[in-house]
Design a protein around this ligand. Structure first.
Ligand code: R5P
Length: 294
């Protein structure tokens, strides 16, 4: 059987290259450009006929990505691909998981139905599962959610002496506790109130800062960055500058600069979304899962 063809959408070339370096997969190509009116031109320069195809596209900032991605999946299938999978290290459109106010769109469901219609399977990392317990509640294809916690714990073990982990909100306890256990550290969790997209309050009361430890703020995603920024500010206000660590770094509206200005000593993320803070490679986590999907 021929080995799977891993094809990066624009911006995903580095991760696709790592996958090919680690695993028994072949790097493929997709030609893509915009016509003058911004419609998309796509071409598979090598035939995907009779191949298992993995399209790699991290879905932060997803609106401009979704149409080219669906066109690519449909075209691969038309050209004879056996199975077409989506590797989306970051999966967008997970936050609107219910109709909070009358008339709102539950975009998580619509996004899931678009992807499910054109792909045979999905692999992602630490999706924002809050009210949904599993991706299969909205995705009708096999959908695997992998966890980067062991990679974060290993990074801490290699790079930080006497770490003390802090979760910025109650939701973060699920991964902060696991990472703390895996790297033999203690942790605490803060209390957060979100008043709007860009307005977050974090109470300082729950904050413990044991002597001679290095505080590390840990979250699954830094999106607007307000959560991490406020959490860092609370710790720095006590005279203890924390390291800011997250799986996914979206860093909307210069969030990275704001977090550093709030008092972080360093910003570290996994390479689910390309950024200068990427220090944790997810390729070793993905390779066995890709093999399992075929
Ligand atoms: C909360 O539910 C999540 O774990 C993150 O804390 C949150 O999504 C971060 O969002 P932002 O960066 O926009 O504050």
């Amino acid at each position: 059987m021929t080995i799977p063809l891993v094809i990066p959408l624009p911006g995903n070339e580095v991760l696709a290259g790592h996958l090919c370096a680690f695993g028994n997969v072949e790097l493929g190509k997709l030609e893509m450009r915009a016509f003058p009116d911004q419609e998309t031109y796509l071409r598979f320069p090598e035939s995907p006929s009779d191949r298992n195809v993995v399209l790699v596209d991290t879905l932060a900032d997803p609106n401009g990505k979704i149409l080219p991605l669906l066109f690519a999946a449909r075209t691969a299938r038309e050209l004879g691909a056996r199975r077409v999978g989506l590797l989306a290290p970051y999966l967008g459109y997970m936050r609107q998981d219910m109709r909070f106010h009358p008339g709102e769109a539950v975009t998580s469901r619509h996004f899931a139905s678009l992807i499910s219609a054109d792909f045979d399977w999905l692999i992602t990392i630490d999706p924002h599962l809050h009210r949904y317990r599993a991706l299969e509640e909205i995705y009708t294809i096999p959908a695997r959610a992998l966890h980067a916690a062991p990679l974060l714990a290993a990074w801490i073990g290699r790079n930080v002496v006497r770490p003390f982990l802090i979760g910025p909100d109650a939701e973060s306890e699920q991964w902060v506790s696991g990472i703390a256990k895996a790297c033999g550290a203690d942790y605490c969790v803060l209390r957060k109130e979100r008043l709007g997209d860009r307005d977050v309050r974090i109470a300082a009361e729950g904050l413990r800062l044991p002597d001679e430890t290095q505080p590390i703020m840990v979250d699954d995603v830094i999106s607007s960055g307000r959560t991490m920024e406020e959490a860092v500010r609370v710790a720095a206000g006590r005279g203890r500058k924390p390291l800011a660590l997250a799986v996914h770094g979206i860093f909307a509206e210069n969030a990275d600069a704001r977090i550093m200005a709030a008092g972080a000593i360093r910003l570290v993320t996994a390479n689910t979304i390309p950024h200068s803070s990427n220090e944790i490679d997810i390729a070793p986590l993905l390779v066995p899962e890709l093999a399992a999907m075929f």
